[in-house]
Ligand binder design. Structure first.
Ligand code: H79
Length: 430
């Protein structure tokens, strides 16, 4: 059948309509809250933690489902203390927690009714840690996002397989639509049984990017259950309709330091970048490549200067404790934010685009110049007009400025520079 041009236009309009997504007012308010709060705690925790070799251990060691399932009886986190975890996040100055409810191994950290492959039914611990964490987050006033892997190395209906999980021993022939029903049913549980959920952080779609994921169905389900919940997906592509924020893994927005994100592009949604304290997401007992507190603080500041949040990961041990190397760094970040947080929280990326020497943030009529890596006394910025005053932040000492041609010069004597971040607050009045 041939379509005339009018019919074709009508059909096209329908297709475009299906792709339209209009966020609700509460969703837009949640996006603003998200950008204002800038710093979150990522938590990778699951049965993989037992082996202390990261969250990809099932795939990396080519373990079958049957072999991997033997980890569950060994996962008994008797020292898990939700109140202490949430308090640790707060003491670091973090404003939200993103918790792995299900990672690629398919293991549910809550008492899902969709499968016995979960912490309540399959471990001696028998408790719903998502519930414990959610209750404690709500009690302590910190928001909870759920990380949820679309990729699943355990469910037989995750078929055809994608690029990973080929040694799990699952027979071929599962029904992917059944898998999507399963995933939506699990998400429905998370979005109805655990109070307000600030967002869903999807991961793993990259495993088979060309499958029919029926994203619209899943995203609308989430928004219908909790309109303020922010949907994001770590698919390394431009955002799809129905998404509310965009994340980058181990990259500042627009960077391409990771091979897997070579195709990523920065869209117009609120941004987030995530990274690890050492080199592992899930607990890794051999990984002692810790970033320093200075590096981590500087990354948070660079993220803010790139108009992005920083989601910093910890991988708790299988017994529920958090290793001292993580705690120490989180406390150092919290102490820094106590003094300097006004130049980060509530800001957006500033008027000077990110540079090697540092970044700028802005809030109202204030611009914060963050010198992160600058040894000279004078720093030249692209000209900033209307400066009423320039002071070291938070100390307040006046900083000498000079307008020269197309540049604004700041003079900061060596004695006044801070090895972590020398912050100059420019008051633009107005
Ligand atoms: O949860 C953490 C990691 O387990 C997960 N995302 C963070 C937040 C993550 N999974 N994979 N990656 C990060 C990057 C991996 C990319 C690869 Fe591949 C998987 C490289 C090779 C296999 C995807 C599939 C890219 C090429 C093939």
């Amino acid at each position: 059948m041939r379509m005339n041009s009018v019919a074709l236009l009508v059909a096209l309009a329908g297709a475009v309509q299906a792709q339209t997504y209009t966020p609700t007012a509460e969703n837009l308010a949640a996006r603003q809250w998200f950008e204002d709060n800038r710093f979150g705690m990522f938590i990778h925790w699951g049965v993989y933690s037992v082996l202390g070799d990261g969250e990809w251990v099932m795939n990396n060691r080519k373990m079958s489902v049957a072999e991997y399932e033997k980890l569950a009886p060994q996962f008994d986190p008797v020292k898990f203390n939700a109140a202490a975890w949430v308090a640790l996040a707060k003491s670091a100055g973090m404003r939200y927690i993103t918790f792995t409810t299900k990672h690629h191994d398919g293991f549910a950290m809550w008492g899902t009714k969709q499968s016995k492959w979960n912490i309540v039914d399959a471990t001696p611990y028998h408790k719903d840690v998502v519930k414990m964490l959610a209750d404690e987050c709500h009690r302590q006033g910190i928001k909870l996002f759920v990380y949820h892997s679309q990729l699943d190395w355990h469910n037989p209906d995750y078929f055809p397989l994608g690029q990973t999980g080929h040694s799990s021993g699952r027979p071929p022939g599962g029904d992917f639509n059944k898998y999507l029903d399963y995933m939506d049913a699990q998400l429905r549980e998370l979005l109805t049984g655990y109070g307000p959920i600030a967002g869903v952080w999807f991961d793993g779609m990259w495993d088979k990017p060309n499958a029919d994921w029926q994203l619209e169905r899943t995203y609308s389900l989430i928004h219908s259950l909790q309109p303020a919940a922010l949907v994001g997906s770590n698919h390394h592509r431009a955002p799809f309709p129905g998404e509310d924020f965009q994340m980058f893994e181990k990259d500042l927005p627009g960077q391409h330091t990771q091979e897997f994100s070579s195709t990523s592009v920065v869209g117009s949604l609120p941004l987030e970048t995530c990274d690890t304290i050492n080199r592992s997401w899930g607990y890794n007992s051999k990984d002692n490549h810790y970033k320093s507190s200075r590096e981590l603080i500087q990354y948070l500041v660079r993220a803010a200067g790139n108009d992005a949040n920083f989601l910093l990961n910890i991988g708790p041990r299988p017994d529920g404790t958090i290793q001292p190397e993580f705690v120490e760094r989180l406390h150092a970040m919290g102490a820094w934010l106590q003094n300097n947080g006004d130049s980060v929280y509530g800001t957006r990326g500033g008027p000077v685009t990110p540079r090697n020497w540092g970044v700028t943030t802005r809030k109202g009529n204030k611009v914060y110049v963050h010198l992160l890596d600058w040894q000279d006394e004078v720093l030249a910025l692209p000209k900033i007009d209307g400066i009423r005053s320039a002071r070291l932040f938070p100390a307040g000492a006046t900083v000498e400025t000079q307008q020269v041609g197309g540049a604004t010069l700041l003079r900061i004597p060596a004695a006044e520079r801070d090895p972590v971040d020398t912050i100059v607050e420019l008051d633009l009045g107005g």
